[in-house]
Design a protein around this ligand. Sequence first.
Ligand SMILES: NC(=O)C1=CN([C@@H]2O[C@H](COP(=O)(O)OP(=O)(O)OC[C@H]3O[C@@H](n4cnc5c(N)ncnc54)[C@H](OP(=O)(O)O)[C@@H]3O)[C@@H](O)[C@H]2O)C=CC1
Ligand SMILES: O=C(O)C1=N[C@H](C(=O)O)C[C@H](O)C1
Length: 269
Amino acid sequence: MSDLPGIVITGATGRMGQMLVKTVVQSGKARLVGAIEREGSEAIGQDIGTLCGLGPLGVLVESDPLPSFARAQAVIDFTAPAATLEFAALAAQARAVHVIGTTGMTEAEIEQLAPAALHAVIIRAGNMSLGVNLLTQLTKKVAAALDEDYDIEVIEAHHNQKVDAPSGTALMLGEAAAEGRGVSLKDVSDSGRDGITGARKRGDIGFSAIRGGDIVGEHDVMFAAMGERIILRHIASDRSVFARGALKAALWGQDKSPGQYDMIDVLGL
Ligand SMILES: NC(=O)C1=CN([C@@H]2O[C@H](COP(=O)(O)OP(=O)(O)OC[C@H]3O[C@@H](n4cnc5c(N)ncnc54)[C@H](OP(=O)(O)O)[C@@H]3O)[C@@H](O)[C@H]2O)C=CC1
Ligand SMILES: O=C(O)C1=N[C@H](C(=O)O)C[C@H](O)C1
């Protein structure tokens, strides 16, 4: 048997799940040892390779996560907040690295990851691409260089099936801008404008969300002042950028001590 790290993909038939299966299988750097979907899913018992158009891989979709987590070195999880919390406890029990791409988690939910991180490595990021993580650093730098004469707006666009807003990436970029400015995002965040909102408050960081068609993920950070605008932009045109980042994180986490990490740690930015 190969000594490549074994990886389980949760939500394996989802948009990201299928991309992750392909990325892991084609990487030559890891083995796919499990594919999880919820109880009652039509995919249970079917070969995940066949479902993803790769041909049979001998890995059947299961609904009980623990047995497959127990034979894995890492779990890559792009599902939904409630599921991710359950997977975190089980991945910790199995001492498997837990790579979390799930977005839309509340602060309270994120705090609930702490007990699992005492026993296992958790790597979580609202965007696993190299480009976006680099953009957070650029955003922080530009925000630190400019004063509040420059209004900061984060504009994001995603496909029509996305369930959370602002996107995880938009929040990462907003956090980076706030950090650059030396303020706390929760004190200056302005999202969901509608109706008679009053004039923009100086120093606020605004968020706008577009949802439509098959847009993979687009993010602008705009610094708008009198007479000029600076726009930092990232466009993801293929989900493979997220999957490659997640696999990199799963491999990076293998020799790390238990705790919580992000993609800035993984990429050494
Ligand atoms: N960090 C990053 O780089 C990226 C993050 N994301 C995030 O990843 C998440 C998933 O996105 P996407 O793939 O587009 O969504 P999908 O809805 O296509 O896929 C999610 C999958 O997870 C499954 N799932 C949900 N709950 C459970 C559960 N309790 N047990 C097992 N499986 C479950 C869903 O099954 P079912 O259909 O039955 O609910 C579905 O198959 C989102 O939060 C998204 O924002 C996306 C891209 C990049
Ligand atoms: O749901 C998506 O599709 C995406 N979600 C992430 C987010 O919330 O930012 C990352 C990417 O933009 C795609």
